[in-house]
Design a protein around this ligand. Sequence first.
Ligand code: FES
Length: 161
Amino acid sequence: MKFSDQLEARFADMLTHYPIKRSVLVPFLLYVQDELGYLTDEAIQEIAGRLEITPLEVRNVISYYSMLRTKPAGKYNVQVCTNISCLLRGGEEILEHAKKKLGVAQNHGITPDGMFSVEEVECIGACSWAPAMQVNYDFHENLTPEKVDEIIEAYRDKASK
Ligand code: FES
C-alpha cells in the first residue's frame, strides 16, 4: 500500500527519531488516520509489515486509544466522556444532548451529511474540567447543553466556509 508522498516522508523521518521501530506506531497511526479518515484493514497490514509486528498487535493498540478508529467517522468526531468525573458532572446528559442535537441515534453514529459523528469515550484526561468532550484534536470542557450547541454550530460554520 502506498501512502501520500508527504506521509511517506514523515514515516521515513519518524524512524530516525526512535531507537526501536515499533515506537513509531501510535504517532504513525494518527497520521495515517488523518490521511485516510480511519484505519483500514489494508493500512493495518501495511503498518504491521513496516514495523515488523503482527496486525493483531496493531489492532490491540488501536483498541486501547479512543482517538484511533477502524470505522469511518464524521468530518468532526464528537467524543463525549462519560467516565467517573464527567459522569458525576452530567457527562451522560451531555452525550444524550449531543446525539439528540445531531440526530444521531446510536454510539458511533454519523449524520447523513457525514459532517458529524458522536461517540461515547472513556476518560480523555480533562477530569478537572468535567464534563468534557473532544472534537477531533480540540478539547471542550465545563460543558453544558447550551455550550454543546454553540460548539457544534461553530463547527458547522467552520465547515461551510
Ligand atoms: S473522566 Fe471525563 S475527562 Fe476524565
